[in-house]
Design a protein around this ligand. Structure first.
Ligand code: MLT
Length: 324
């Protein structure tokens, strides 16, 4: 029996500290083999993952000694939280620790799209000097449409306000008197209205059956042909073939995608489109965010192993139920 199984690449001082207090098995590639994962999990009391390990109901039922799963990140799409609730396994996660980094990457992509930074870099480093080809657009005075006004959406909108942008927000869980929206002087609107009016649309919703395919052909057609689309949230929210068609037809000016329908993505037309910026799901990848994320998840797992309640449980309970 071991205390903690780590099935992805998670490191840093907090993990080292955990290793000095508990028996930890670090297997950064274990997520690639579900059978091996299932077997290893059966002799662990806690499991720490990022976004690649599939923590299924079968795994939690088979791993009889498992009392806790720690997700180093905000999204819970790889963890069956419903089954964790039934099995009595506490799921702990880090919903806020990487929000600033995600908002900052979103702003970076917004500026890069508006000013053609990646394209101009490529051309100039190849010997070109084409100022007129890279004529850009100011963000000042333009309208940002935020789909999903949670923490990251809010932080992005706050930064965009500092650039002089107007904010539209679509979020079915908020009302127009929401204090944060009022603070940003944001207008809460319906999705179709947001798509029709925004110069930049930025997506900040979790993966769920309700958000899968939300940005499809029909919705893309509602956008201005001069508009840019940014996704730093979850890939399946966008129907990629529909986005390719919109970019090819010129009904959308450009897109920046940090997340993809499958990761790593299959080779696809998006890879070679001049008006597309692609990054490999790095929104949360800053030293600061990763330190916060790792510290928080390690701290909660240590607390649970010592019989103390988790500080940030995604399950209905923060202490294990009916388990060892
Ligand atoms: C998150 O959910 O925290 C980010 O997308 C990064 C990750 O998936 O690990």
């Amino acid at each position: 029996m071991i205390d903690i199984l780590i099935s992805e690449n998670i490191s840093g001082a907090a993990v080292d500290a955990l290793c000095s207090r508990f028996q930890v098995s670090r297997q950064p590639n274990l997520f690639e083999n579900q059978d091996a994962l299932l077997e290893a999990a059966q002799s662990a009391r806690a499991l720490i993952v990022r976004n690649k390990t599939l923590v299924t109901g079968d795994l939690m039922r088979a791993a009889k000694h498992l009392i806790a799963v720690g997700r180093a990140g905000a999204g819970l799409d790889n963890i069956d939280v419903k089954s964790a609730n039934q099995a009595g396994v506490v799921v702990t996660y880090t919903p806020d620790q990487n929000s600033i980094s995600a908002a900052e990457l979103t702003m970076g992509l917004m500026i890069a799209l508006a000013r053609n930074i990646p394209q101009a870099t490529l051309d100039t480093s190849g010997g070109g000097w084409n100022r007129h080809r890279f004529m850009g657009t100011e963000l000042y005075g333009k309208t940002l449409g935020i789909i999903g006004a949670g923490k990251i959406g809010y932080l992005t909108a706050a930064r965009a306000r500092a650039f002089g942008m107007k904010i539209l927000a679509y979020d079915p869980f908020l009302s127009s008197d929401n204090i944060l929206l009022c603070e940003l002087r944001a207008e809460l609107v319906e999705l179709d209205d947001l798509l029709a009016r925004a110069d930049v649309v930025s997506c900040h919703v979790p993966a769920s059956p309700q958000t899968k395919g939300l940005i499809n052909r029909e919705r893309l057609q509602r956008m201005k042909p001069t508009a840019y689309f940014i996704n730093t949230a979850r890939g399946p929210v966008v129907v990629e073939e529909d986005m390719v068609d919109a970019l090819k037809a010129g009904t959308l000016a450009g897109a920046a995608l940090d997340v993809r329908a499958s990761e790593p993505p299959q080779s696809c037309e998006l890879n070679s489109m001049p008006n597309v910026i692609l990054t490999p799901h790095i929104a949360a990848f800053t030293r600061e965010a990763q330190n916060r994320v790792t510290r928080a998840v390690c701290d909660d797992i240590a607390r649970l192993l010592e019989g103390k309640p988790a500080k940030s449980a995604a399950t209905k309970f923060n202490l294990p139920h009916n388990r060892a």
